[in-house]
Design a protein around this ligand. Structure first.
Ligand SMILES: [Cu+2]
Length: 242
């Protein structure tokens, strides 16, 4: 009897192995996971106060974007973002521009740098559906409308500004994971996107560690050359180009 059971068990195992070995895979193309953007959760329960919400979903306070030149261009830089109670403080350092050049800078909707010309970053980041505008036109503009930056005589941009209509990872127009795009031309404020020309540098806004700036005696918003430390020295900026 015991021998019979053993044979039956072995037979079952053998058949199982054969079935598994010959089973056709469900498919060779595993479906990709698709993620969708979710809207901020509205809490109807008053007992669920903002403090509890904040502790459940802490916001990222520091972010960074490394701007890399698109194909055929040279501009590169660093954009740092600091969440404040007034909005997002932005520190921009860019080099390798033509002296005196004025360039549009926007947040675009996708952190997708796959295309050589930067077009994979999509259009302006505009969750609130406003028309395009320059920063001095007020909050009824694209969340990504940073306006223009101007290069100095050395072809560098050093700019500090605060934007009250965005957050790094909060509920209002969170910018984390989007792209910063620097354009060849100035943003003239016109519809639909400011007539700013091609995209000459681009980067994704990512999470940065706290206290990323080296301690210094200088004022908090002093833009020293330290921001660009670690990058190779490429000598004087290139001649102006079209
Ligand atoms: Cu743009």
């Amino acid at each position: 009897m015991r021998g019979l059971l053993t044979i039956l068990a072995l037979l079952t195992l053998f058949v199982s192995v054969i079935v598994l070995a010959t089973a056709k895979p469900a498919t060779h193309e595993t479906p990709q996971v698709r993620y969708v953007q979710t809207l901020p959760v509205e809490h109807e329960d008053d007992a669920h106060d903002s403090a509890a919400h904040d502790s459940a979903a802490p916001q990222v306070a520091e972010a960074i974007c490394i701007l890399q030149p698109t194909q055929g261009n040279q501009a590169r830089g660093v954009v740092r973002f600091h969440q404040t109670t007034d909005g997002v403080a932005v520190e921009v350092t860019i080099k390798n521009l033509a002296a005196g050049g004025i360039h549009a800078m926007h947040i675009h909707e996708f952190g997708d740098l796959s295309s050589p010309d930067g077009t994979s970053a999509g259009s302006h980041y505009n969750p609130e559906g406003h028309p395009h505008g320059l920063p001095d036109s007020g909050p009824m503009r694209h969340a990504g409308d940073f306006g223009n930056v101007t290069a100095d005589q050395d072809g560098m941009v050093r700019l500090n500004s605060t934007f009250s209509n965005i957050s790094i990872s909060g509920e209002r127009n969170p910018i984390l994971g989007r792209a910063v795009v620097l354009h060849a031309q100035p943003d003239d404020g016109s519809q639909p996107v400011g007539n700013a020309g091609s995209r000459i540098a681009i980067g994704v806004i990512g999470v940065a560690p706290e206290q990323v700036r080296p301690p210094t005696d200088a004022p908090a918003h002093d833009m020293s050359g330290d921001e660009m430390e670690g990058e190779e020295d490429q000598g004087p900026p290139p001649a102006p180009r079209d």
